[in-house]
Ligand binder design. Structure first.
Ligand code: ADP
Ligand code: MG
Length: 263
C-alpha cells in the first residue's frame, strides 16, 4: 500500500523573467514503511519538496496524497489538523518552543488537540531518545543533539503516517548526528514508520531503502538499495554516546523484508 503519492508536482517562485521552477513535474509513490533518502545539490528543490509533502506550503500544480487523503483539497485549518495528526516534521534547527520543557515540547501535537499522551507513551519516547533525565529542561538548557532528539520524539508521539526530516543532522557533529539517524532507523524498524529524509551525507543516504536524487527541480534518479548499510558502534563510541536507543524490547525484531542486513 502506498502511504504517499506525489503526482506531477510543480512549484514556481516569482513571476515572468524572475520565475524559478523550484520543482518541475515531480512524481513518485512511497509504500508504507519505506525509508526514503532525498539527495541533490543545494538549490535542487529538496526543501521545497519536503514543505509540500508536509502541507506547509501549497504547490503551483500537482497533488500530494497521504494515507488516501489529497492534502491540498483541505482548507488551511483542516490541513493544519491533518498535519498535526498524521505527519511528523523534523527540521535542521529543531523548531522547539523555547518556553516549554522537553516533555511539553514532545507532547505538543497532543496538547494542541486538547489531549495528552499516556504516561507510558511519553516514558517510552523519553527512554528511547535518552532524554529521561532531561525531560524538565528547557531547550536552551539542552545541547543541539538533545534538542534534535526532542524534536524526533515530538515527531513520533502521534505515531504519524509519515515522518519528514529536512537535514536533521545538518547542524550536529557526527556523533550527535549518528544518534539521530539511529533513532530514525529505530522508528522505521520498530514502529514501521515511513520516513522521508533529506540529507547530503552519502553515508546516511546509504542507510535508507531508497535514494531519490533531485536536480533542478526534477527527479534525476530513483534507486532502491537492496543492501542497507548498517553502522555498528565501536565500544568507544558506545561509551561516549552514553545511552543505547537499541536496548528497548522489540528493536530489530522485524528487519526490513526487502533488505539483507549486513554488518
Ligand atoms: P534545496 O533544499 O535543495 O537546497 P530549495 O528547495 O530550498 O532547495 O530551493 C529550490 C530553488 O527554489 C532554489 O533556486 C531556491 O533559491 C528557490 N527558492 C526556495 N524557496 C524560495 C522562496 N521562498 N522564494 C523564492 N525562491 C525560493
Ligand atoms: Mg534545503
Amino acid at each position: 500500500m502506498n502511504i504517499l503519492t506525489v503526482t506531477d508536482l510543480t512549484k514556481t517562485y516569482g513571476r515572468g523573467n524572475a520565475a524559478i521552477n523550484a520543482l518541475d513535474g515531480v512524481s513518485f509513490t512511497v509504500p508504507k514503511g519505506q525509508f526514503v533518502a532525498i539527495v541533490g545539490a543545494s538549490g535542487s528543490g529538496k526543501s521545497t519538496l519536503l514543505h509540500l509533502l508536509g502541507g506547509v506550503d501549497r504547490p503551483t500544480s500537482g497533488t500530494v496524497t497521504i494515507d488516501g487523503q489529497e492534502i491540498f483539497d483541505m482548507n488551511e485549518s483542516n490541513l493544519a489538523i491533518f498535519r498535526r495528526r498524521n505527519m511528523g516534521i523534523v527540521y535542521q534547527f529543531y523548531n522547539l518552543i523555547p518556553t516549554l520543557t522537553a516533555s511539553e515540547n514532545i507532547m505538543l501535537p497532543f496538547l494542541l488537540d486538547g489531549r495528552k499522551p499516556s504516561d507510558a507513551t511519553l516514558d517510552e519516547l523519553l527512554q528511547t531518545t535518552g532524554l529521561t533525565n532531561r525531560k524538565d529542561h528547557l531547550p536552551s538548557q539542552l545541547s543541539g543533539g538533545q534538542q534534535q532528539r526532542v524534536s524526533i520524539a515530538r515527531a513520533l508521539v502521534n505515531k504519524p503516517a509519515v515522518i519528514l526530516a529536512d537535514e536533521p543532522t545538518g547542524n550536529l557533529d557526527s556523533k550527535a548526528g549518528g544518534l539521530i539517524v539511529e533513532l530514525l532507523l529505530l522508528a522505521n524498524k520498530r514502529y514501521g514508520q515511513t520516513i522521508v529524509l533529506i540529507t547530503h551525507d552519502e553515508k546516511i543516504a546509504l542507510q535508507a531503502d531508497r535514494i531519490i536524487t533531485l536536480s533542478d527541480g526534477k527527479i534525476l534518479s530513483d534507486e532502491e538499495l537492496f543492501v542497507r548499510t548498517v553502522h555498528t558502534r565501536s565500544e568507544a563510541e558506545e561509551a561516549e554516546v552514553g545511552f543505547t536507543p537499541t536496548v528497548a524490547a522489540g528493536f530489530g525484531a522485524e528487519p526490513h523484508s526487502n533488505n539483507e542486513v549486513v554488518a
